[in-house]
Design a protein around this ligand. Structure first.
Ligand SMILES: Nc1ncnc2c1ncn2[C@@H]1O[C@H](COP(=O)(O)OP(=O)(O)O)[C@@H](O)[C@H]1O
Ligand SMILES: [Mg+2]
Length: 287
């Protein structure tokens, strides 16, 4: 893991490279500076709402600095990178993440974005013909739980950073994104070694229990996951055509891994769906 609890700052700040998607991120003392993008103001309004609503497991929005950069509070902890280390493969990690997302959803519900809200997206997909897969929005949420966006403390997910893909969505889409990364929903050969042999249907059920997924959400998860896997494949290809960072990610493995994830999910889907719904009927049949 990358420890973000301490840093030797210089005048220009300590560079934070992360997954390398956003250039120019630096830490200066207790703050992080990031380039301002069209959606920055909207995301800061969302973060401000979250803190007002009592969800403090996210950066505090601190406006912009004299260089015109976004300023956020630095969130102390450890941020894992791919390949995920063995200590992040336990069910306890999934449970903590599910609870964190549940709290985020509770704090987000009912927040109406400003009328001039601008949201981010993956480059190259803004104007494309790809239909949205999120569904009719229920709330604004994070939508991008990749390892580099989850801060661990004492070995468990404790906070979320990088709200660049936040926008109106559904609870189920958000859950599906978290499981995509953390079940994870991909071919065993494309997982970190500690995740290769894991029982993915079991892990989906663990997450579902910890989040408190409804019977309807349990039923709808697998069909949505199938759509999402296909969508992420198409999105990655469209982004690779537009942006050199995404071209690098595509060439480094996404071009093989994403079709493999779709194929793996097709064969794994029945078992995942069964485990999720079996569990519901067992639970609901209890007196
Ligand atoms: N507010 C923050 N607190 C702590 N670490 C941060 C913060 N923002 C970014 N980082 C660190 O910098 C890395 C990259 O930042 P991130 O906002 O995720 O950008 P990217 O768009 O490149 O994924 C993160 O993975 C994390 O290690
Ligand atoms: Mg990130």
């Amino acid at each position: 893991m990358t420890s973000t609890g301490s840093g030797d700052e210089t005048d220009g700040g300590e560079p934070l490279t992360g997954d390398g998607v956003t250039p120019g991120i630096v830490r200066i003392g207790g703050t992080v500076r990031r380039p301002v993008r069209p959606f920055t103001r909207t995301v800061q309004a969302y973060l401000a709402h979250l803190h007002r609503a009592g969800f403090t497991a996210a950066p505090v929005p601190l406006g912009t600095d004299d260089q015109g950069r976004e300023v956020l509070s630095f969130v102390a902890g450890d941020v894992p990178r791919e390949p995920l280390p063995a200590e992040t493969a336990g069910d306890d990690v999934l449970v903590a993440l599910a609870r964190l997302i549940r709290e985020l959803h509770a704090a987000s519900a009912g927040w109406a974005p400003p009328p001039d809200a601008v949201w981010g997206g993956i480059p190259g997909t803004e104007t494309s013909a790809l239909p949205p897969v999120d569904g009719e929005p229920e709330l604004v949420s994070h939508r991008d739980y990749c390892p580099g966006n989850v801060v661990f403390r004492d070995g468990l997910p404790a906070a979320l950073i990088d709200f660049d893909l936040a926008k109106p969505t559904t609870r189920l889409y958000d859950i599906a994104n978290a499981l995509w990364w953390w079940a994870p929903m991909r071919d065993p050969r494309d997982r970190a070694p500690a995740f290769t042999g894991l029982d993915i249907p079991h892990r989906a059920a663990v997450f579902a229990d910890a989040y408190g997924m409804t019977a309807r959400q349990r039923q709808d998860l697998v069909p949505l996951m199938t759509q999402i896997a296909h969508r992420y494949h198409r999105t990655a290809r469209a982004a690779a055509d537009t942006d050199p960072v995404f071209l690098r990610l595509w060439e480094q493995g996404a071009k093989d891994q994403l079709p493999r994830a779709e194929a793996w999910l097709r064969q794994a889907s029945p078992a995942i769906a069964e485990r999720l719904t079996e569990h519901t009927s067992r639970r609901t049949s209890r007196p």
